[in-house]
Write a protein that binds this ligand. Structure first.
Ligand code: HEM
Length: 110
């Protein structure tokens, strides 16, 4: 969920917002939208590349996206080179936060 503020009176999708209104925006399915993704709950790193919601969109698109992509391209091959048998040891635990729903625990084994 992200929040936005209306800077002016505006109509969006049939709703009238007043200047100063705070709006909660819920990304219902995002990258797990079954209408977009085949087997959306499965981690398939070799999927065909398609536009996704990981870095947001529009005016607030993540300014760190190029750095984050570089970090993954550089760091993951090094990690997999040093730990070739790396596996998930137990189901990951997700953090109980409404914003940036990341992992709180990810146990691995080699
Ligand atoms: C995998 C890593 C990352 C993910 C998944 C991610 C995701 C996102 C998302 C979804 C947004 C949009 C938030 C919104 O719409 O309100 C965002 C915004 C932003 N991100 Fe990232 N991010 C990542 C890494 C980074 C890094 C490495 C930096 C800085 C070095 C960064 C800096 C920012 C900033 C400053 C914004 C706010 C942009 C704005 O509001 O105009 N992010 N990020």
């Amino acid at each position: 969920m992200f929040t936005r503020w209306a800077y002016d009176e505006i109509d969006v999708m049939g709703h009238r917002f007043q200047r100063g209104d705070q709006v909660g925006l819920l990304l219902g399915a995002a990258n797990r939208d079954p209408g977009v993704w085949d087997r959306p709950a499965k981690f398939l790193p070799t999927r065909p590349v398609k536009p996704h919601a990981s870095f947001g969109a529009g005016l607030h698109f993540c300014v760190g996206a190029p750095l984050a992509r570089l970090e993954l391209q550089i760091a993951l091959p090094i990690l997999f080179h040093h730990r070739p048998g790396l596996q998930i040891a137990e189901p990951p635990t997700y953090a109980d936060v409404y914003h940036f729903h990341g992992l709180s625990r990810l146990r691995l084994k080699t």
